[in-house]
Design a protein around this ligand. Sequence first.
Ligand code: SF4
Length: 718
Amino acid sequence: ENGKGRSEQATVCCYCGTGCGVLASAEGGRITAVRGDPAHPANFGRLCTKGSTLHLAAAPGGRALYPKLRDARAIVGITAATTPRRRVGWDAALDTAAERFADIIRRHGPDAVAFYISGQLLTEDYYVFNKLARALVGTNNIDSNSRLCMSSAVSGYKATLGADSVPTCYEDIALADHLLIAGANPAWAHPIVFRRIEDARRANPDVSLTVVDPRRTETAELADLHLQIAPGSDVLLYNAMLHVLLAEGLVDQDFIRDHTSGFEALQAQLGSCTPGEVAAACGLPAAQIVEAARRFGRARAALSLWCQGLNQSHHGTANNAALIHLHLASGHIARPGAGPFSLTGQPNAMGGREVGALATLLPGHRNVDDAADRAELARLWNIPALPAAPGLAAVQLFEALAAGRVKAVWIACTNPAQSLPDQARVRAALAQAEFVVLQEAFADTETAAYADLLLPAASWGEKSGTVTNSERRVSRVRALVPPPGEARPDWVIVADFARRLATRLGRDAAAFDWRDEAAVFAEHASLTAGRDCDMSGLSHAVLERDGPQQWPFPAGAQRGTARLFQDKRFATADGRARFAPIGFPVAHALLPEPVDARHPFVLTTGRLRDHWHGMSRTGKVAALWGHTPRAEVVLNPANIAAHGLEVGELVRIANPRGELVLPLAADTGIAAGQAWIPMHWGSASLAQPGANALTSPAVDPASRQPALKQAAVAIKPA
Ligand code: SF4
């Protein structure tokens, strides 16, 4: 009881990857109050502005309530459809979907359909989608919006540590004596993680903080050293820091000799990467680079934390690997307080990686391109074989849709018409697809305009399952109220569709029969046995009894695992961490598209403190509009004067991909030559596109994560 006569249930905030525990109350079918869960190890009772208003964001309004089907497409160009959808029952909706998908699969093969899902889904939802795509349809065309946020961290970890395994935990923040935050603004994007950083520095004033960020953010304001790096020059910076570590004897030769491979090859590539050589490209004084390296190298325990600034780049994998190299060279890894800690953006990006819901992955951190992994999973799923053809990652998936190679797409819990780069191209792809299914809690997203079939999904507080946060901690998410209208939990919708599709394809529908979400989790957990993410000892019952747990949690374990690689054996074949052979030559293009006289500004994008993604939830909460009431483009005051612009006037931000009109704001925290726009806007009316009208679809070749942080733009009076 919460003291007011209402019962509380423990669940998890549905916004960022911090994964804060929430105690939520409901009354009369409505969620009426939330407070931080004092017992949850991610937050110990704290919530940020977004988390503490979850009950207000859960208010009715704007929800998709009933399945709705469009009988004929009437979409012109990239504008909204004109033929209204009509309400249908679930049977008609899912039979139609199964018929259309079966027909396309028969005529064009399994790779003519695709699934584009979300880091907002629960692990159970993710798992059922993944089994549907790989085991029933027979395609690897299943990708997630986690591709936009985490895939460079995945490939960076795999390239260096041998597995997609975050080795650290939140406790390490209090145990480190040096923190390096790179390409992240946790003060706004992961506020409860940031509270830990503030606590650590209050408890020990000797804890030093270096922040690497092109903007002077609130996080950077707290730093002892802020490296206001030029966008795209991350690898040069970290290689130059490694050069300093070597030159000043700050490397751990014993660790390198005993626990790593590839150091000599990387060392050979570092020759010209001195602080003096890279200073101009990085936009930094050489002395700052030296200082940053010394702080890192001389620390007793150095912890790095990073997010989209490193990941959303056309060389995001190299960015990640170059930062992890600093840990491997100095031995700041595999011990308390030390290690590389990527922060996940979305609440369950980590759970999606566990079930393999990225085009390149399979359940249990297996890989599509590994024949033994495919054979093992086929045996576990009791099917003859899994598809070997590589799947389409997010940007490619919509390119294939535009080209007609993919005919039908099933989108769940995400809004690609707003959130993918090069928005006009994505909208054009959706407009000319043969069949678009959208499984969504909200009725009026930008993507909904293109849906032939809209399936109403349950939202936060209405469905039950699990999520995994940034520190590998699996928590129970609980339903407090029934979904509105005829909305259903996501996994229930997908399993129902899969059974209908299986029948039409002459396959085993029973493979998609689960009693409840606990049974789905049990099947998922069983597939992880013996893998680095082994959670075969976890179940909904264990989580109910013992609370949130970190994997690995193998069968028979009594508790989860806070830190990985404590025995200094890494997840590679020889047990050695790797200095990845992806040194980054100085001549490499730093940006996906260079600025020129016509497009002289480097556009970067990012989060506001009080909003989340496309604002389907946070946009409903009046209190969350007080901090930043409108979208603006932000420039350095020197640029405003030099370009004859005025603060507050409407300006047109444009490049060949698109344009948008926004009021102009000034901030000395933005370096000259750069522009910054929040990522949250993108009107459902399609009249005013969002930041992604301008962003670049260039992707990292290894992770296939798009370079959402860097685009060349012109800015002129509107
Ligand atoms: Fe929710 Fe993230 Fe805020 Fe925690 S820090 S309350 S998970 S938005």
